[in-house]
Design a protein around this ligand. Structure first.
Ligand code: ATP
Length: 491
């Protein structure tokens, strides 16, 4: 039976193209042009995957994702986003999107990401009731993630060395571990490494994303339920705790668990026993807990959103995973690792990166951390025809980061003073000179400056779609390209 994909995008052309392309590849496709229709179709169509634009006319990406996850917590959702929205998209990952794909869309990349997401969710279902990550109980702790080739690498720089010293130290103990780190920095990778180096390595590693789970479902996901225990409980369900018995349970974004579920969780952690919802029998569980959060849980406890006693239970040992921008000496090691992996996936033999790409990588702050680096390299490798990834294959925003920073610093300044009585003028960031900066104060420079501002402004407004920008500016695409080149805005 064909797998089903629901595409939600207010751009009818994109819907049409995706429908054609995905149908050609054997999928059954339904499309919706807004969020409300998308959610209605979801109930009827029961897709295996949803591909949704981040900005819909009637709903933003975060809202639609939450609404989908409330009903179908295990349905993989891929978010389509422009690179200028990357930070927001990265935040949405915390709510349980499987991954994001950046515009412009490339068919091969879409197909690759869709297949990965579908394989991932199938393996979960086979592994036992949709666990996010299950390590088969094989001697030596061989994991699905590690089966064919190294899935993770752990860097050599001082930050990575320190990180893995801590992992080494805590892994053999039975301590609960609290892992802090920005989205995409590799918290789950660290949790898995702790599991693999522990005495529980031959037991299961089960990961659960608490960020995406609605209040109603959270308890049932954690502790399971008996058939008929509430409306919709059509069959018995084994919870993540039971699935992780004898191994490790990784709770990602644990700070998002509803408060009353935290109470039940504390009881299970203390007593090492649980009762499925609607069940009478007490079940012994032997589970090591590793939890992750990207906000400090003590702060959440102070604000009354997180139980302090649970915080102390979790915090027997804590680890901070540094963001990628603080692991500079490992950046190119990670880049080469992702390149090698992508070469295998795409059957390509791209050898490395040009110095210009390396420079751009080193200057960019990587707000989405390793996940963003992986996605950028996946896209660039796909576009590379020669032996080396060159700068033309990089996203415009990454390559022009400094220029956009200059632009952003102006807008941020204006919006951050909204509580003041009158709007303040924006100012130029002192550290980021204009790309075409000239020391001359003449008419030509002034005109160039105005042109630069206007083009950049329009590009941002149309999400860096150059055809739309050209149209808005009343010039043809070729002229826009020439102008961008003149003012050093093109890649
Ligand atoms: N050490 C590593 N080696 C190779 N790839 C890594 C490593 N750490 C992370 N990654 C890659 O980055 C992606 C994000 O990693 P991971 O899911 O562990 O981050 P996270 O901090 O748990 O993210 P989130 O906060 O969004 O849940 C992974 O899918 C993986 O591809």
């Amino acid at each position: 039976m064909a797998q089903k994909i629901l595409v939600i995008d207010d751009d009818t052309d994109i819907c049409l193209l995706l429908r054609r392309f995905l149908s050609k590849h054997g999928f059954e496709v339904a499309v919706a042009h807004n969020g409300v229709t998308g959610l209605a179709i979801l109930e009827e169509f029961h897709p295996d995957l949803v591909l949704t634009d981040f900005k819909l006319g009637d709903m933003d990406g975060a809202t639609i994702l939450t609404r989908i996850k409330e009903k179908f917590p295990h349905l993989p959702v891929l978010i389509i986003t422009g690179y200028s929205d990357i930070k927001t998209a990265i935040n949405v990952m915390k709510q349980g999107a499987y991954d994001y794909i950046t515009k412009p869309l490339f068919p091969d990349e879409i197909l690759l990401t869709i297949r990965k997401a579908l394989n991932h969710s199938q393996t979960h279902e086979q592994g036992g009731q949709f666990a996010e990550e299950i390590t088969p109980a094989t001697p030596g702790g061989a994991t699905r993630r590690k089966s064919t080739q190294a899935h993770y690498i752990f860097g050599e720089g001082p930050e990575s060395t320190y990180l893995y010293k801590q992992v080494d130290l805590v892994a053999p103990t039975n301590y609960s571990v609290l892992i802090y780190g920005e989205s995409g920095s590799g918290k789950e990778a660290v949790a898995l490494e702790i599991h693999k180096r522990s005495k529980r390595a031959s037991g299961p590693f089960v990961a659960m994303d608490c960020g995406a789970i609605s209040r109603e479902l959270a308890a049932s996901e954690l502790f399971g339920h008996e058939k008929g225990s509430f409306t919709g409980a059509l069959a018995q369900k084994i919870g993540h705790f039971e699935m992780a018995n004898g191994g490790t349970l990784f709770l990602d974004e644990v700070g998002n668990l509803p408060y009353d579920v935290q109470v039940s969780l504390l009881r299970v952690v203390q007593e090492r026993k649980l009762r499925r919802i609607g069940g009478n029998r007490e079940i012994d569980v032997d589970v090591r807990l590793i939890v992750a959060s990207n906000e400090r849980l003590m702060d959440a406890a102070r604000r009354g959103r997180f139980r302090e006693d649970l915080y102390y239970r979790f915090n027997e040992f804590s680890i901070d995973v540094p963001p990628l921008r603080e692991r500079r000496s490992d950046l190119m090691i990670f880049a080469q690792f992702f390149l090698d992996k992508t070469n295998i996936e795409l059957g390509k033999q791209v050898k490395g990166f040009t110095p210009e790409v390396e420079r751009a990588f080193r200057e960019y702050p990587w707000p989405g951390n390793l996940r963003e680096l992986r996605n950028v390299i996946k896209r660039s490798t796909l576009l590379t025809e020669g032996d080396y990834v060159d700068a033309r294959t990089l996203p415009f925003e990454l390559l022009n980061y400094e220029k956009l920073l200059f632009f952003d610093s102006g807008t941020i300044t204006t919006s951050s003073v909204q509580d003041l009585p009158s709007p303040q003028p924006s100012y130029e960031a002192p550290t980021a000179p204009k790309p075409y900066a000239s020391s001359k104060v003449d008419l030509k420079s002034a005109a160039l400056e105005a042109e630069y501002e206007m083009i950049l402004n329009v590009l941002k407004q149309v999400n860096f779609n150059k055809s739309k920008a050209a149209q808005a500016l009343g010039i043809d695409r070729k002229t826009l390209y020439n102008k961008m080149k003149n003012i050093n805005l093109s890649n």
